[in-house]
Design a protein around this ligand. Structure first.
Ligand code: MLT
Ligand code: ZN
Length: 464
């Protein structure tokens, strides 16, 4: 008997009314995220349209021992939403209702499948702001953002997705619905289970609904694009600007990253000068005083020999244009494909980390093109190793694993994390012990067993 038919038959028989698909294109599209190291092979994709349906399907899965892989916008970069072993993918594409907007609470309550950009637009229409922002915000879904504690370019000022979640409804492995924190600002009544589900990568339960805090609308801002002389100057420039400006973003990328983004998008080079390193930073600029401050800071950094060139935005259109140099990088290298590293260290450790990691890469993989960019004001570096055209995907993956061993050992020595914002998923799972102690991992496994006793949620992801 075809096992795929078997699983689909269980769903149809036990969950009448649940939309189920076993069509090949749907299995393929919904069985993978943006990583390209596995072949999607789910048995079925189910599309619940309510929390009640999610509770019912989880009870069936627990009873029949069916593995479930939660699936949002599938823009993940660690294989967290990959279904490669006959699992059932639970798609939230039909749970896209905005349930409530409350101007007094300054919050919005949405179903898990609502797209990030929809929340941003809703906030804007109501004179408020949803600050979590990244390149895939047009397709990523709120449930997935919460499951990975998504970061992006505004963490410096506004924090991570975790900082916006005021309430969460989740379905546990027993099929019960938990209503966590209910949008309260203050709630000193014991363990805050909400935070366990944030960044749990679909291993503890299925997020079905969230109440999100909105922020005040941002002040008028400007963007500076700077060309830097070396990695050494990077955090000096950060320190100097941050001392007198309210920065909402501080990102960097290398000349290799610029090369790819310009080529893919037919963008002109930003300066006549060629620079080894670039910074894009956005800051509040409500008045002339702030404009004078930024010019004064720019001159100071140039006099120190840290800057080679720079440009400041003059209007909203230029802000958008300058951001394209940073936001387009990820997509511009996606076809290689890249082996992605999403590393973080304390901000104060960034200079040492960059210098030692650069030395390591030159020693162990001088034959690979390595593209660096990231949210360096948060201590978060995206190091992308590009697959050479003439190397097979399998060989590239095993070389990348060897590089990861050394990279993560260094990251561990500096007290950093092997995942800042992309999650552990399937790709980083073998190295979880480089960033979490044995005792921590044991507690995590015990916590999983409490919420998911049948072990049906996202097996093979995050935890060994
Ligand atoms: C980014 O910062 O551009 C995203 O995290 C995606 C990526 O790392 O490629
Ligand atoms: Zn990022």
């Amino acid at each position: 008997m075809n096992p795929k038919m078997d699983v689909a038959a269980i769903w149809k028989q036990k969950c009448p009314g649940l939309m189920v698909s076993t069509e090949a294109p749907i299995l393929e599209s919904h069985g993978q995220d943006w990583t390209r190291f596995t072949t999607p092979a789910p048995a079925a994709v189910v599309f619940p349209d309510s929390s009640e349906q999610v509770c019912a399907l989880v009870q069936v899965a627990a009873g029949a021992g069916l593995a479930l892989v939660p699936s949002g916008g599938r823009t993940g970069l660690s294989g967290g939403a990959v279904a490669a072993h006959g699992e059932t993918v639970v798609s939230f594409d039909r749970m896209r209702k905005v349930l409530d907007f409350n101007s007094i609470d300054r919050s919005v309550t949405v179903e898990a499948g609502v797209v990030t950009a929809t929340v941003q637009a809703l906030a804007r229409q109501n004179g408020l702001y949803y600050p979590v922002s990244f390149a895939s915000e047009g397709s990523s879904q709120i449930g997935g953002n919460i499951a990975t504690n998504a970061g992006g370019i505004r963490v410096l000022k506004y924090g991570l997705t975790r900082d916006r979640v005021a309430g969460l409804k989740v379905v546990t492995g027993r099929g019960e619905l938990l209503d966590l924190n209910r949008g309260l600002v203050k709630n000193a009544s014991g363990y805050d289970l909400r935070h366990l589900f944030i960044a749990s990568e679909g291993t503890l339960g299925l997020i079905v609904e969230a109440t999100l805090n909105l922020a005040s609308p941002p002040l008028p801002s400007k963007v500076l694009l700077l060309g830097l002389e070396s990695m050494d100057s990077l955090m000096k420039v950060f320190d100097s600007l941050r001392a007198s400006l309210e920065l909402s973003a501080f990102e960097f990328f290398t000349d290799r990253a610029l090369h790819h983004v310009c080529r893919a998008n037919a963008l002109p080079a930003p300066f006549d000068t060629t620079c080894p390193l670039y910074v894009i930073t956005e800051f509040d600029c409500p008045d002339e005083q702030a404009e004078e401050t930024v010019m004064e800071r720019f001159e100071y950094c140039s006099e120190q020999g840290w800057l080679l060139d720079g440009v400041i935005s003059q209007n909203e259109r230029q802000i958008r244009e300058l951001w394209r140099y940073r936001e387009g990088i990820s997509e511009s290298i996606s076809h290689f494909p890249p082996y992605k590293n999403d590393l973080s260290v304390r901000v104060s450790a960034v200079p040492e980390f960059l210098q030692r990691l650069d030395g390591l890469m030159q020693k162990i993989c001088p034959d690979f093109e390595v593209v660096w960019y990231g949210h360096i004001g948060d201590g978060n570096l995206h190091m992308n190793i590009l697959k050479p055209v003439d190397l097979s995907l399998d060989d590239f993956e095993s070389r990348s694993h060897e590089i990861s061993e050394r990279t993560y050992a260094l990251t561990e020595q500096i007290g950093g994390s092997i995942s800042a914002e992309h999650g552990i998923g399937m790709l980083k799972q073998p190295w979880l012990g480089r960033t979490r102690s044995g005792a921590e991992i044991k507690f995590m496994q015990q916590i999983k067993a409490v919420f998911d006793p049948a072990g049906i949620f996202n097996p093979g992801k995050l935890l060994p």
